[in-house]
Design a protein around this ligand. Structure first.
Ligand code: URA
Ligand code: SF4
Length: 453
């Protein structure tokens, strides 16, 4: 029974190479064991190659980042079956495929969460440079092994800053390093992403800062270069500094305010209207309690229903992009929906979105009102007709009322715009571009209102 030892948790090329050799040598999935670290057996001799459906490779590249021990074997079994001629990727009821897709979706959601909830604090750059900009330091405990793949994206987003993201599994550092051949000047050296040891937990910013003051310089000196997504090869298992015991599973406490967290827990058991029954879970709002602005959508979509977080699917991605273009930092706003359960009709294996009824919107206002009471936003951004119905308690013609601040009878300031799903549904490219630009314009007006608040 071959045993495969991978180099680290996201050893994508190691796993791929092993899967290729094993499948070519026709080794059954049940006959292989996998570990991270340790000593493995030689790979079986294999000649030739085979190709896999692109969708399967993409799925595996995501799912391999899941914090799930069985993932290497599960993904190998899909590869083995595809190599045997099965069209595994097309059978959406296949239990192995369903599991792999769940892992992949969960990884995607976690990657998104990391990118939207990371907070950085400036620390002195511990790399011995004089007269320099600070290093930005952030700590985050990801549910999955999403750091290597996403550090690359973050580097592209903040190329001009020097930063380190520390997690319990390891740290990623972006900056310039001295070139040993050229003495100690860093001028002109290219910026580079390196990986090294992490930190298991922090109590607060002060402990993180103190830890950085003590270990930062050594961590940077020991960090090694990484490669591009998803091949984070260089994230090798380095000896950890002495205060870091080996890792068990990481339990992530949401950074939610206690009042909102309690309300969200209550909403998990809500049966006030019939929508709870066929849906997977209640999808509650997210964001800081003191947010000045609350974005209100309609209801969770198919992906939000599975993942349990608002606006993480296709509409959420459009919204993220538009917010970024308008200069709105999603981490600073509260994002929620008028209705907290996904309403759909099954069609074959798909679940088709259905608009909520007025009665469902009215009943679910119970939760939106609680969110509004807790957050007390100065401005409500109403995305589309269902949200408008929930907040304004009447039918609203979006095209007539969009794009300018409105004062509601109770004094609340609101701003109506379209729902991002509307942009996705437009049939032709020209209309899509035009309407997307109008949406960004509306969000810029929101950004201006925020700046004046
Ligand atoms: N559409 C919404 O209105 N809300 C979501 O969370 C996702 C899609
Ligand atoms: Fe409760 Fe709203 Fe879900 Fe209806 S849609 S069950 S009111 S949380």
């Amino acid at each position: 029974m071959p045993h495969i030892a991978l180099l680290h948790e996201t050893d994508w090329s190691g796993w791929r190479q092993a899967a290729r050799h094993l499948a070519l040598a026709n080794v059954e999935p049940d006959d292989v064991t996998w570990s991270v670290g340790g000593t493995g057996d030689e790979l079986p001799e294999a000649s030739g190659g085979f190709s896999l459906p692109r969708a399967l490779v993409d799925l595996a590249a995501l799912a391999i980042q899941a914090r799930e021990k069985e993932r290497f074997g599960l993904l190998y079994s899909l590869v083995w079956r595809a190599h045997g001629g099965e069209k595994v990727i097309d059978d959406t009821t296949d239990p192995d495929l369903v599991l792999a897709r769940r892992l992949a979706l969960s990884v995607r959601a976690e990657a998104h969460r990391m990118r939207t909830s990371l907070r950085f604090m400036p620390v002195e750059a511990a790399d011995g440079r004089t007269r320099q900009a600070p290093r930005y330091l952030g700590w985050y405990a990801p549910l999955h092994f999403v750091l290597p793949a996403n550090a690359q994206l973050i580097a592209r987003r903040f190329p001009d800053l020097t930063w380190s993201i520390v997690t319990p599994d390891g740290a990623a550092h972006w900056g310039t390093w001295r070139n040993p051949q050229e003495g100690n000047t860093q001028e002109g050296n290219p910026q580079e992403l390196r990986f090294g040891a992490g930190k298991r937990s922090i109590e607060d910013d002060a402990t993180l800062r103190a830890w950085w003051d003590q270990f930062g310089a050594d961590l940077l000196a020991d960090a090694t270069p990484g490669t591009s997504v998803p091949e984070a090869e260089a994230l090798d298992e380095r000896p950890r500094p002495p205060d870091l015991p080996p890792l068990g599973p990481v339990v992530v406490e949401g950074a939610r305010d206690p009042v909102l967290a309690r309300t969200a827990r209550e909403a998990m058991n809500c049966e006030r209207c019939p929508l709870y029954a066929p849906a997977t879970q209640t999808v509650f709002g997210e964001g800081p309690r003191g947010a000045g602005v609350m974005f209100i959508g309609e209801q969770p979509g198919d992906q939000e229903d599975v993942i349990g977080r608002p606006f993480v699917g296709p509409a959420g991605q459009v919204m993220d992009r538009a917010m970024e273009e308008a200069g709105i930092d999603r981490r600073t706003v509260y994002v929620t929906n008028a209705v907290k359960h996904f309403k759909f009709t099954p069609r074959g294996k798909r679940r088709i979105h259905q608009n909520p009824d007025v009665s469902e919107i009215e009943v679910c206002n119970f939760w939106l009102d609680k969110e509004r009471e807790a957050v007390r936003p100065k401005l409500l951004v109403i995305l589309g007709g269902s949200a408008a119905r929930a907040v304004m308690r009447r039918a609203v013609t979006i095209s007539r009322e969009r794009g300018r601040p409105i004062t509601l009878p109770d004094g609340q300031m609101a701003f109506v715009t379209v729902h991002p799903s509307y942009l996705l549904r437009l049939p032709d490219e020209a209309a899509k571009r035009r309407e997307y630009a109008a949406f960004v314009r509306d969000l810029r007006a929101v950004a201006e209102l925020m700046a004046a608040m």
